[in-house]
Design a protein around this ligand. Structure first.
Ligand code: SF4
Length: 384
């Protein structure tokens, strides 16, 4: 029950991209020293003693935005508190603009063995629309540099940017496949409250791409990557054999994890049987830092997750994985049949051919279900 995974949120970027609503500050490097002190305090008061873990994920923000001196301090702190097992996955998000030999060397020296590059596109016009701070050339160079230092390099790409055409997206995929990447995450752009795009859409300065074009882009991704030997293992994620992201798999499989830093969520065992605790830190980096340095708790929300909610979340996250999930195992966790929790929707989705249930009682998204999966989750989670 003790978490075997840890997420550390590093809330700094050079500037905020148009679609981003993450918990971060842009252009406030003056806060880095306070953040590192606050993180040290949070780790010391939460853990008391160092913990063994199977996966570590440094995300943000972009951890690579830190100067080499600050990055070394972060890595020292993390490796003092977490002892990765010999086969552990230790990931770090890197922004192409900060990708240099010195930072990559430091990451490698401290045991990072997986790089997640926030590339998004190779197309300069699309990168400008997304308000990214890099060009396609810089992304190509940074992938080459990462692949020289690390065996396991993952690339994030975004599709359905405003005004993007299907052929623009096809070209992004084609270029990505020229590199020896091990993992690809492809996300359709969503315009979230709190992002600059949200206001721009309200003012009718930008529009979401037509749904049919978005669907064609996703279908192109599925087809091209499966034809080129990639394993499609989660709705938005593809891996070369043996290179699935084990940290994200821990989330999807309902394991517990720690989260540290502003806005970070933790999913923890609780003192009561069959219940869990989900707690989320204050999102504002300045509030997080202030509270930690004043010796106050940085948790903003704490919810007890009962068995029914846990089972609902296990089903939805499990369905995001292409392997699906065993209803027999879920029944064992719940102590009786879970089907009544999900009806009438589960049967409707089966009848509509959006889900399949095989003879071993494994539930999976069908190909058709995959294309509309986001619309299935609210009812299965009981949010409607
Ligand atoms: S680089 Fe990533 S985390 Fe930073 S502002 Fe852009 S999208 Fe957000």
């Amino acid at each position: 029950m003790t978490p075997r995974s840890v997420y550390i949120h590093v809330p700094f970027c050079g500037r905020r991209c148009g679609y981003c609503n993450f918990a971060l500050v842009a252009g406030r490097d003056d806060l880095v020293a306070g953040y590192l002190q606050a993180l040290q305090h949070e780790l010391a008061t939460t853990l008391v003693q160092p913990a063994n873990v199977d996966t570590i994920f440094l995300g943000g923000g972009t951890p690579s935005h830190l100067s080499p001196v600050d990055l070394r301090q972060l890595l020292t702190l993390v490796t003092e508190w977490f002892a990765p097992t010999a086969s552990a996955e230790f990931s770090c998000e890197v922004n192409p603009m900060d990708c240099d030999a010195q930072r990559l060397g430091l990451l490698s020296q401290y045991g990072v063995n997986r790089i997640s590059l926030g590339g998004q596109s190779f197309n300069d016009a699309k990168l400008a629309v997304l308000e990214r701070d890099h060009h396609g050339r810089q992304l190509r160079d940074s992938i080459n540099l990462c692949c020289q230092v690390f065996d396991n390099v993952s690339l994030d790409l975004i599709f359905a940017a405003p005004n993007e055409s299907l052929s623009d997206w096809q070209r992004d995929i084609e270029v990505a496949l020229q590199f020896p990447l091990r993992h690809l995450s492809t996300y359709g752009l969503t315009i979230e409250r709190g992002s600059a795009f949200y206001g721009r859409r309200l003012r009718k300065e930008i529009e979401e791409l037509d749904e049919d074009v978005q669907l064609a882009m996703y279908e192109h991704t599925l087809k091209t990557l499966s034809q080129t030997g990639w394993e499609h293992y989660e709705v938005s994620n593809f891996a070369r054999t043996g290179y699935r992201c084990r940290h994200n798999e821990a989330y999807w499989l309902g394991h517990t994890w720690w989260g540290f830093g502003p806005g970070a969520a933790s999913f923890l065992p609780s003192d009561r049987d069959h219940t869990y605790l989900r707690q989320v830190n204050h999102r504002s980096p300045t509030t997080y830092i202030r509270r930690q340095l004043e010796g106050r708790c940085a948790v903003a929300e704490r919810d007890e997750i009962g068995l029914e909610q846990y089972v609902r979340e296990r089903l939805v996250f499990g369905l995001r994985r292409l392997a699906g999930l065993s209803l027999t195992e879920l029944n064992d966790v719940y102590g009786s049949s879970v089907r009544p929790l999900f009806e009438p929707y589960l049967q409707q989705y089966l009848d509509m051919g959006l889900l399949t249930l095989d003879a071993q009682n494994t539930l999976r998204l069908s190909r058709q279900g995959l294309l509309v999966s986001d619309s299935l989750w609210p009812e299965l989670l009981g949010d409607t």
